[in-house]
Design a protein around this ligand. Structure first.
Ligand SMILES: NC(=O)c1ccc[n+]([C@@H]2O[C@H](COP(=O)([O-])OP(=O)(O)OC[C@H]3O[C@@H](n4cnc5c(N)ncnc54)[C@H](O)[C@@H]3O)[C@@H](O)[C@H]2O)c1
Length: 337
């Protein structure tokens, strides 16, 4: 079993960890009442197994529709009201069992209902395992944009079972792989080199990827400075997602194009070698994350002007000069060409 310590909670990773959920829960919670929030796909796939594993608990399920549209005020209200109707108390435990949508929404419910209820994350998608369940950002989307309402609220524990990835559709799996490639590029060259050769990841690689995020989150829990390195590929990635109304590209696909644009900018600044750009491009094409012809930065520059990383002194932009090494450069819009 891999064990990773965060400031306020622990992360446990092991194959078939789901079977050990009661033992894990006992570490932080003495009561027998659980409220599991999940989406319909996961409920259909895992409801019977969860019921069996959690047989010594009284479990109430709240099931939301799968997909980003559920990170909304309407679903937030629905989940809160359902939990209240099912009799949740402030000292009860909520379990977020799902991908990033379930985790972000449930975390925000837990942060706000009765001004805070303990919750744990059991991430089921690769993206949720390596990214969204770690770092305490929870929230929902508005019509104006994604993740505009939210909080920093830490889970009591994160329990990761890589076996759950077996049922994850390939496109969603690759979506998480993009964040792992990013983690390797900004902070772990060994992880990056592994991902160059292998499509399949397990306990070790998930842990390596989390550790890249962990280091930055511990330095900068409220996302004011160092954590910005995690945004490698995200400045243009967000612009791409937004321009295509979050319909054409999954987040991992959009940031994959964004990473290539960032590497191109690194090249034009004389920081990034052409070979690295070509290597990452070949990797992202092989993993089905980008296709040629690639998206071009000129088509997304207008959206960059409104990016929150555009500060008065210029755009704070993450570049990678060699695998495992990222830095922030302050750019003017004229530099983007
Ligand atoms: N909080 C953060 O720091 C943070 C970081 C990155 C992303 N996010 C958020 O994460 C969300 C995306 O997360 P996601 O990619 O996991 O999307 P998701 O939660 O929508 O899951 C993707 C799909 O996979 C299905 N699924 C998940 N696990 C499965 C499994 N084991 N077997 C079968 N199907 C499974 C889901 O039902 C869904 O249909 C976005 O809302 C994004 O904003 C948050």
């Amino acid at each position: 079993m891999t064990f990773i310590k965060m400031a306020d909670y622990d992360i446990y990773i092991e194959k078939n960890m789901l079977n050990q959920l009661p033992k894990m829960i006992e570490k932080i919670y003495a009561d027998r009442k659980l409220f599991v929030v999940t989406d319909q796909h996961l409920f259909d796939l895992y409801h019977e197994r969860l019921t069996d594993i959690l047989k010594d608990y009284s479990v109430q399920y709240v099931v939301i529709k799968p997909g980003e549209k559920s990170k909304s005020f309407d679903t937030y209200q629905l989940v809160i009201e359902t939990l209240i109707e099912k009799g949740i108390k402030r000292s009860d435990l909520i379990v977020a069992f799902g991908g990033g949508v379930v985790g972000d929404l449930t975390g925000f419910v837990a942060a706000t209902l009765y001004r805070g209820i303990p919750f744990i994350q059991v991430p089921t998608s690769l993206l949720a395992m390596v990214d969204s369940s770690i770092g305490g950002k929870v929230g929902i989307d508005l019509a104006y944009g994604k993740n505009l309402v939210g909080a920093f609220y830490q889970p009591k524990m994160v329990v990761i079972d890589p076996e759950l990835l077996k049922s994850l559709p390939l496109r969603d799996y690759r979506n998480g792989l993009a964040e792992m490639i990013k983690a390797g590029l900004i902070g772990d060259k060994h992880l990056y080199h592994y991902l160059l050769e292998h499509d399949e990841v397990g306990e070790q690689e998930i842990s390596q990827s989390i550790c890249v995020k962990r280091e930055l989150v511990l330095l900068d829990p409220y996302d004011k400075k160092e954590r910005m390195l995690l945004n490698f590929g995200h400045t243009f990635g967000h612009a791409i997602e937004k321009k295509h109304r979050y319909e054409t590209y999954l987040h991992g696909e959009a940031i994959s194009y964004g990473m290539l644009i960032a590497l191109e900018i690194g090249k034009s600044l004389g920081e990034t070698k052409d070979e690295l750009y070509e290597e990452v491009k070949a990797l992202l094409i092989k993993r089905g994350l980008v296709k040629e012809p690639l998206l071009h930065m000129d088509d997304y520059k207008d959206a960059i002007i409104h990016d929150k990383k555009m500060l008065s002194d210029g755009l704070h932009f993450v570049i990678v000069d060699k695998p495992g090494n990222a830095k922030i450069k302050v750019l003017r819009l004229e530099d983007l060409s």
